[in-house]
Design a protein around this ligand. Structure first.
Ligand SMILES: NC(=O)c1ccc[n+]([C@@H]2O[C@H](COP(=O)([O-])OP(=O)(O)OC[C@H]3O[C@@H](n4cnc5c(N)ncnc54)[C@H](O)[C@@H]3O)[C@@H](O)[C@H]2O)c1
Length: 457
């Protein structure tokens, strides 16, 4: 055996080398896509002691991150700046930097197409860009939501255009992102992490890496299982949200408050999990995952009619509520929807986040305006409405300032997002007619003045 061979044997296999680098936290981590998922993940990995380099094609975002800007509103103040100041976190838009990384985490968007089918264009592009810069001994983990089988049958062949083989020259796995933006109780670090790979070496490396970063890893035997876990979780959620929205309407007709029923039912220590009604589902995750699962089911000759019905019902919620608002304005306030002035409180798809993707509030605004209403909005996270694919005509509208006078000037005020930073007591005092889609007034114990019309919808 030559000196070189002895030296190489001493170093171990590429997987062993990578494993020791990960365990010693000297492995260099690359996070591709610094959005709502990639940025918190990159910061959590950096805070675990690794050197992290982010990669995003959005140059303005890269510059803002390198300048230590907050970037995501619900981050703790100074989190990005501290990471940058540590010297172990920076961002770039250059794919050539992939070569220097030991572990690469892929967090680019995987939305729906105009036909509401999986649109993997951006992740395919990212894989193509990466494959030109791969080297032996790297671990690649897909975190973006994809249909079961996509990592192994779609992305792997693209990565192997590098001339390297997955499971031999580089290691490949899937670990679904379970980020819940704005959730103050469960963070990236404390949410158990599913880790799946098609070969034991890749799986072991995934487990080794994530166990340095999160409190619990849950290994599964293939990328496809890990991919399916994510879609099943979100389909379960969609079906249950559609169910409670349906229950709300039926119980309301019986004069029973659905929120009170759910809270009482939730005292059962087994067999029940509370889901709450609302104006619909939004974000880049819950409305998207069931469509991915359903699309893949059809692809293999199967069907998911319950999931599909829930998707349809969830998507119809904003228009159902708009019709209910029009009807109640007519019957309870003798005001026609044609020409009515309506203020929507919140355009973000969920509480305390600055994200309007698939926001039910925007769909509701369009439905109300289609019926002749004139709508404004107030949202502390959106001084101006951004451009969105599905609502191009709403872009540029300005958030109205909340005051006694402005609230009193609307025929109806609709709580569409339950942001913390809104003075609901003032709304209760000054708005002549209030529609609450989020149960905020009862939850906060805010009484409504007797001469106001209040409807929980
Ligand atoms: N937002 C959530 O709550 C959530 C939760 C779980 C899973 N997911 C999934 O995580 C993935 C990412 O979602 P997100 O919400 O972070 O998206 P996002 O839109 O917030 O951010 C994605 C980032 O990727 C960048 N990007 C796009 N194409 C790129 C490319 N080819 N190379 C480099 N950067 C690129 C964009 O500029 C953007 O900054 C999606 O698959 C999504 O379904 C999202």
């Amino acid at each position: 055996m030559s000196v070189i061979e002895i030296a190489l044997e001493g170093c171990g296999s590429p997987a062993d080398l990578l494993k020791s680098k990960i365990e010693e936290r000297t492995a260099r981590i690359k996070v591709i896509g610094l959005g709502y998922v990639g940025l918190p993940l990159a910061l959590t990995v950096q805070e675990s002691g690794f050197a992290v380099s982010g990669l995003d094609l959005n140059r303005a975002r890269v510059a803002a991150i390198n300048g230590g800007a907050q970037v995501i509103s619900y981050f703790e103040e100074g989190r990005v700046a501290e990471a940058v100041a540590s010297g172990r976190f920076s961002a770039t838009d250059d794919y050539a930097s992939v070569t220097a990384a030991d572990v690469i985490l892929l967090c680019v968007p995987t939305p729906l197409s105009d036909k509401r089918e999986p649109d993997l264009t951006q992740i395919i592009r990212a894989a193509e860009s990466m494959s030109a810069h791969l080297r032996p001994g790297q671990l690649i983990v897909v975190e973006s939501t994809v249909w079961p089988g996509a990592t192994s049958t779609l992305l792997r062949p693209i990565l192997e255009r590098s001339g390297l083989r997955a499971g031999e020259d580089f290691f490949l796995g899937f670990s679904p992102e379970r980020e819940d933006p704005g959730n103050q109780t469960h963070s990236t670090r404390t949410i158990p992490k599913i880790v799946g790979a098609d070969d034991p070496i890749s799986r072991d490396l995934l487990e080794t890496f994530y166990s340095q970063v999160v409190t619990q890893t849950v290994p599964v035997e293939s990328c496809a299982i890990a991919e399916a876990v994510k879609l099943v979780e979100n389909s379960f959620r969609t079906v249950n949200i559609a169910l409670v929205n349906e229950l709300k309407v039926a119980l309301d007709a019986m004069g029973i408050d659905v929120w009170t029923v759910i809270d009482a039912a939730a005292t059962k220590p087994f067999g029940f999990m509370p889901f709450y009604p609302g104006p619909g589902i939004g974000g880049d995750c819950i409305p998207v995952s069931p469509a991915y699962l359903s699309w893949r089911a059809l692809d293999v000759g199967s069907e998911l009619p319950i999931v599909d019905l829930a998707r349809v019902r969830a998507a119809a919620a904003p228009s159902d509520l708009a019709v209910r608002i029009a009807s109640d304005l007519n019957t309870k306030a003798e005001t026609a929807i044609q020409g009515a002035r309506v203020l929507l409180l919140g355009v973000a798809y969920k509480k305390d986040v600055e994200d309007t993707r698939e926001s039910p509030a925007l769909y509701m605004m369009q439905h109300l305006e289609a019926m002749g209403a004139s709508c404004d909005f107030h949202d502390p996270y959106f001084p101006v409405l951004p451009q969105t694919r599905d609502h191009p005509t709403l872009a540029g509208r300005i958030s109205v300032h909340l005051s006694a006078e402005t609230l009193a000037a609307y025929d109806a005020v609709v709580v569409t997002t339950d942001h913390t930073e809104v003075d609901y007591a003032a709304v209760a005092r000054h708005a002549p007619m209030i529609f609450d889609t989020r149960n905020v007034f009862d939850r906060a114990g805010i009484a409504i003045d007797g001469d106001r019309t209040f409807v929980k919808i």
